[in-house]
Design a protein around this ligand. Structure first.
Ligand code: FAD
Ligand code: NAD
Length: 482
């Protein structure tokens, strides 16, 4: 039987980070992953690299360039002639990016002396894992410690059974070989908005049917309101409070799908060429753990863990999408590194209060920490500074002047409690807020920091100045009413 100090199950972002860090710490490490390409070759990187973060961002980037060339360049004095789209080439570019990065992960695992094993793993006991290899053979592996990182899968809802042709999940929506004329999306969450934006920019008429009456409830309400306005202006048809009851595929050659939904007490119907189901993801934990192990999954299928990702059984830890918390690649990466370091005797801790969130649309939405509605609900006394990008010299110069940057502080101490933004490059700008908040910054600290001019980052500076009413380019001072 092969023996390792650490066996990691899953080579997604959580698993491969854990495996590399464990090996760097001097622990003999194997990483087992089931993801293979059509030829049966290993494709480590999990959902994120294969059908998630990376392919979606590639299509977002390409579709943004296409839409800009079509609609924005002429006003800047750039004449392009007729701009047309080659979907095959776009998809080939996406596959090339994914291939480069999955090969990169294989190379990283190898150069860090991690043994990558391709196959489906089952945890038989606190020290034994079996792996069903692609040739059907079953291997037994002995592990002193285990890190479970099996990730997640799309949720399927009964009214919309995915047929991978007309009704697809997020993976299918990354792979369309033509631009659908009418695209329906169930769920106006992160995936719905990102992939809806991709196909809308490429020419589809996109309708999002969202069950909740509120748009992006987890996002600061002021930012969510601004974002909804912008998306509607872009042409996304976002229907809130729409409860889907049935989706029926009809036709032989030119198939279409008719969706019935209830909204505002009325029963309504809409027809689409393709329908994407994007209603959330669930942990991919079925069949992973032998019953005798004694780990009982939560109702949602999560592996129960404490703040250090420990399951309470032997030396078994679990990280990433399969455990509580937001299903985000960077959250899983940090958990993987934390667990590997703890197994090597260090005592790091993930700061779950400062997990940044980003929606990579255009403009981008990004946030960290408390929202204004959460501070109100907690009856906190808070300060607010808001800076509209319409007042930013760099934003105007770059024709990117849509959006807001907002800083929320504790009224008494001035400590920054949350930063929220909608605007170009918000995914990059939010890192400044995360760093500052990790160091316990006050709005005054940010206000006293020098920012290069002209940059979008000055918007964060101005929002911090606005908390005390000292912003130079806007008059904005607001306090919670207490
Ligand atoms: P996964 O990436 O799901 O990897 C788990 C791996 O474990 C897989 O390779 C799987 O095959 C393997 N596995 C599972 N069970 C077994 C088993 N029994 N034996 C062997 N191997 C097994 N997050 C972001 O932070 N930013 C984004 O921009 C972003 N965009 C996304 C876009 C889309 C369309 C989707 C679907 C998701 C996106 N996410 C994004 C979410 C992100 O992909 C996940 O949070 C992240 O991949 C979770 O990492 P993980 O390592 O926990 O699991
Ligand atoms: P989500 O939770 O972001 O959004 C799902 C939406 O579907 C919600 O608004 C929900 O109210 C709605 N919904 C649920 N059931 C419904 C129904 N029956 N009818 C209509 N609407 C319904 O989930 P997602 O967009 O599927 O994304 C899955 C996960 O992947 C998320 O946890 C997200 O964090 C992650 N992800 C992250 C990024 C990013 O970081 N940029 C991008 C894509 C995905």
């Amino acid at each position: 039987m092969k023996e390792f100090d650490v066996v990691v199950i899953g080579a997604g972002p959580a698993g491969y980070h854990a495996a590399i860090r464990a090996s760097q710490m001097g622990l003999s490490t194997a990483c087992i992953d089931a993801w293979v390409d059509q030829e049966g070759a290993a494709k480590p990187g999990g959902t994120c690299l294969n059908v998630g973060c990376i392919p979606s961002k590639t299509l977002l980037d390409i579709s943004h360039k296409y839409a800009s060339a079509q609609h924005d360049y002429a006003a800047l004095g750039i004449q392009t002639g007729k701009v047309s789209l080659d979907v095959d080439q776009m998809q080939a570019r996406k596959r090339a990016v994914v291939g480069q990065l999955t090969q990169g992960v294989s190379g990283l695992l190898k150069s860090n002396q991690v043994t990558l094993i391709t196959g489906q793993a089952v945890v038989q006991s606190a020290t034994v894992v079996t792996v069903t290899l692609p040739n059907g053979e079953v291997d037994h592996i002995q592990a002193k410690a285990m890190i479970l990182a099996p990730g997640s899968k799309p949720i399927v809802i009964p009214p919309c059974p995915v047929d991978h042709e007309v009704i697809v999940d997020s993976s299918g929506a990354l792979d369309f070989d033509t631009v659908p004329k009418r695209l329906g999306i169930i769920g106006a969450g992160v995936i719905g908005l990102e992939l809806g934006s991709v196909w809308q920019r490429l020419g589809a008429k996109v309708t999002l049917l969202e069950a909740l009456p509120e748009f992006l409830p987890a996002v600061d309400a002021q930012i969510a309101k601004e974002t909804l306005k912008t998306f509607k202006k872009q042409g996304l048809d976002i229907q809130l409070g729409a409860k889907v009851t049935e989706a029926k595929v009809t036709g032989q050659k030119n198939k279409k799908v008719t969706v019935r939904f209830e909204q505002g007490g009325e029963s309504l119907e809409a027809s689409f060429d393709r329908l994407v189901v994007a209603v959330g993801r669930r942990p991919a934990t079925e069949g992973l753990l032998a019953e005798s192990l004694g780990i009982t999954l939560t109702e949602r299928g999560e592996i129960p863990v404490d703040d250090q990702c420990y399951t309470g059984i032997g030396q078994i830890y679990a990280v990433g999408d399969a455990v509580r918390g937001p299903m985000l690649a960077h959250k899983g990466m940090e958990e993987g590194v934390m667990v590997a370091e703890r197994l090597a005797g260090k005592k790091p801790q993930v700061n779950y209060d400062l997990v940044p969130g980003v929606i990579y649309t255009h403009p981008e939405v990004a946030w960290v920490g408390a929202t204004e509605q959460s501070l109100k609900a907690a009856d906190r006394d808070y300060g607010v500074g808001v800076f509209p990008l319409a007042a930013s010299g760099r934003a105007i110069a770059s024709s990117e002047n849509e959006g807001l940057i907002k800083v929320l502080t504790d009224q008494a101490s001035d400590r920054v409690l949350g930063v929220h933004m909608v605007g170009a490059h918000a995914s990059e700008l939010i890192a400044q807020a995360v760093i500052a908040m990790e160091f316990g910054t006050s709005a005054e600290d940010l206000a006293l920091t020098m920012f290069a001019h002209p940059t979008l980052s000055e918007g964060l500076h101005e929002a911090a100045l606005a908390v005390s009413g000292h912003a130079i380019h806007v008059a904005s001072r607001r306090r919670s009413k207490k």
